[in-house]
Design a protein around this ligand. Sequence first.
Ligand SMILES: Cc1ncc(COP(=O)(O)O)c(C=O)c1O
Length: 390
Amino acid sequence: MSAPSVPDTQPGGRRVAFVDLVRAHAELRAQIDEAVARVITRGRFVLGEELEAFESEFASYVGSRHCVGVANGTEALVLALGAAGVAAGDEVVVPTNTCSPTWLAVSALGAVPVGVEPDPDTYTMDPSRLRAALGARTAAVVPVHLYGLAADMDAIRAAVEDSASGSGTPRLVEDAAQAHGTRYRSRRAGSLGDAAAWSFYPTKNLGALGDGGAVTTDDEDLARRVRSLRNYGWGEADPYVSRTRGMNSRLDEIQAAILRVKLGRLEEWNARRAAIADAYISRISNPALRLPREPAWARSSWHLFVLRSPWRDQLREHMDRLGVATLVHYPVPPADQPAYADDSPSEGSELARQLGSEVLSVPLHPHLSAAEVDQVVDALNSFEPVRGDR
Ligand SMILES: Cc1ncc(COP(=O)(O)O)c(C=O)c1O
């Protein structure tokens, strides 16, 4: 695709940026400045009171007993899976269609990712296909709440429990990197499995001003293990003694203080996302496009608004011509990426591959103006595919 002729963030310009973190932080600037100044004045930058306060506030938001702040979402997955008992040689079931860190976290432990294809309507892990992937070596299952829509956790849990064998029941670890505020039935994502891994990458619904992550869980022992593993494997009572082979993966005080400010706005910002998603769903009427749908039991956090079309590449060029930035989440399934070229997953990634050639994410963020929403809708509705030419 040719480079856009107008920069994405041009003020007052006609180009609709995919995200706009400048506008987002302008709204919170005074509170963020105050939070950062508070940390500098206090002079403690790692494992201090801002982190403790954020952990307690985020645990209560999610509806979990414990939250442990870590350095990023990938390490949150590694630490949650490791603390849940996943070890080298184990199998861990993951979706075929996800961002590659879901798979990389499994491989980092020396475990083997086993891909399961998505439900073709929700794009989240298909519970009926999951059953065939579970076996005696399965140590854990990692459903991803993709694009902000919760995986069908009750059906997934039922499949996992039915598979319990002499070697125990596989652990259920949610990849909640895209699911801040996502609802599944009456509960929030992140409180639905044995543990959940979160990313606070800047563009997430709850984003730091840098990298950040967390593990939430109701399991006190698992939380204690993550707390130790993130800090060199030291015990709480005996610092400087590594009881396990831990690592350094801590969420620092400045990011924790900023995340506390942003957590206070998460529900309001998610409501703005939902209003834009409603506008898109009611106003986009182009039969060449398939719109995302929420099943009755789920409320999306609308991290991403992902359309589908057999003419995706034409659509992307059309949107670019009309000044609307778009992205593809995700073009290549992890199993097809060079890092996994030598592996042979138990199930293929045909559906994930097809989605990779058909999905298109259009701008949806809390700071999109009404005029920008109109521009996105008009651009989508004016798309006419050249049939036969994909
Ligand atoms: C589904 C999913 N899992 C894991 C991650 C990894 O998070 P991080 O970038 O914070 O390491 C991401 C990040 O984009 C993600 O989208």
